[in-house]
Design a binder for this molecule. Sequence first.
Ligand SMILES: [Zn+2]
Ligand SMILES: [Zn+2]
Length: 114
Amino acid sequence: MSDEIDPNARPSGDGCEECLARDTWWFHLRRCAACGHVGCCDSSPGRHATGHFRETGHPIMQSFEPGEEWFFDFRDGQVGRGPELTAPTSHPQSQPTPAPADRVPADWREHLHP
Ligand SMILES: [Zn+2]
Ligand SMILES: [Zn+2]
């Protein structure tokens, strides 16, 4: 379990690492419990949290949404609980969903994965 969850790993930032690098936008955010990588959810166009699991094998993530504490294991698809991770455990409350606001198209709902 220690390789899968490192409570001391700080989140990589306030937004999806790959979306920020590619000037795209995300819907909800997920934080890798092993290394702190912040990526976007599977409803987001980029699905970068799942992409991070595929690339690294880091199997567990925690929601990075304010007020959400659930963990998710990519291997078995189970939602569960886990230890307290290093703060912050969500993006800033002031940050909109989806984000970043200046990159979200007016018809963003049409771009979500079901
Ligand atoms: Zn992304
Ligand atoms: Zn990771």
